[in-house]
Design a binder for this molecule. Structure first.
Ligand SMILES: O=CC(=O)O
Length: 313
């Protein structure tokens, strides 16, 4: 398979690069200065693109690569891949579900604890020597808080399971009710937000879920409510979130994702009821390896005419 051109637009995992290089002709687009010319020069040999949560394969890239057969995303979300264009052209698409579920769900709970118990702020309190002048203030209990989950797929269910261990009543909103689950279903997001203390956003980003967290939902969550976003930045109307936090209309937020990554609204930097992470939901050594192995498994299956391991298209 070493003559097969595999295009990687951005760096994502040294282990993945190393393993791809052992098997394919890996073309690292970020290392070349003249990207358009490079793509033209290699358009006859590039048969696969390996994208990620930030850089997938848009219609323009797909059109540039006439020999493209598969987009193997190093991510569970495929919102940066033009799925319709892929369907139209018979290009296969794969992602990396399941292997990252635990890490992302763990992080959701970590963010909720960090916001309510002010973990980052109290860490800064110790480091800056302020403890010597007096005790840190009281914070808010997490155990028993009502957790609302927006999107009860694999990761949503894993968040629910973890939150249950903290005695949190669970409710959710998703496109359809899941009667086999014992959690309370709300057919509308505003209702879910009005009836929970912590709202965790974990659904897929689609045209229907873009800005699903708007002013009405934020106000329904209210001055004691906490928003946790481990889904995608564009799920949230970010200027509305920022003004709600600045005006005290929302109790707090734990964010791993933003509308224009890596840009983060600077007004949030001063707020101690906000915890900001740089989109690291699945970024552990163990999961990086498992995701990379899945990307390679999908590419090897495709180029040996075997069924894909985790097909999306
Ligand atoms: O954001 C990360 C992913 O989609 O895997």
């Amino acid at each position: 398979m070493d003559s097969i051109g595999v295009l990687m637009p951005v760096p994502m995992s040294p282990y993945l690069e190393q393993e791809l290089e052992k098997r394919f002709n890996l073309l690292k687009l970020w290392t070349v200065p003249q990207k358009t010319q490079f793509l033209k020069d290699h358009s006859g040999s590039i048969r696969a693109v390996v994208g990620n949560a930030g850089n997938g394969a848009d219609a323009e890239l797909i059109e540039t690569l006439p020999k493209l057969e598969i987009v193997a995303s190093f991510s569970v979300g495929t919102d940066k891949v033009d799925l319709n264009k892929c369907r139209e052209k018979g290009i296969r698409v794969t992602n990396t579900p399941d292997v990252l579920t635990d890490d992302v769900a763990d992080l959701a709970i970590g963010l909720a604890l960090a916001v309510l118990r002010r973990l980052c702020e109290s860490d800064r309190y110790v480091r800056s020597g302020q403890w010597k002048k007096g005790d840190y203030k009281l914070t808010t209990k997490f155990t028993g808080k009502t957790v609302g989950i927006l999107g009860l797929g694999r990761i949503g269910k894993a968040v629910a399971k973890r939150a249950e261990a903290f005695s949190c009543p669970i409710s959710y909103h998703s496109r359809t009710e899941k009667p086999e689950l014992k959690y309370k279903y709300y057919p509308c997001v505003v209702e879910l937000a009005s009836n929970c203390d912590i709202l965790v956003v974990v659904c897929a980003l689609t045209e229907e879920t873009r800005h699903i967290i708007n002013r009405e939902v934020i106000d329904a969550l209210g001055p004691k409510g906490v928003l946790i976003n481990i889904g995608r930045g564009p799920h949230v109307d970010e200027p509305e979130l920022v003004s709600a936090l600045l005006e005290g209309r929302l109790g707090g937020a734990g964010l791993d994702v933003y509308e224009n990554e890596p840009e983060v609204p600077e007004q949030l930097f001063e707020l101690e009821n906000v915890v900001l992470l740089p989109h690291v939901g699945s970024d552990t050594v163990q999961t990086d390896t498992a995701m990379a192995d899945l990307v390679i498994g999908n590419l090897e299956a495709h180029f040996s005419n075997k069924p894909l391991l985790t097909p999306v298209v």
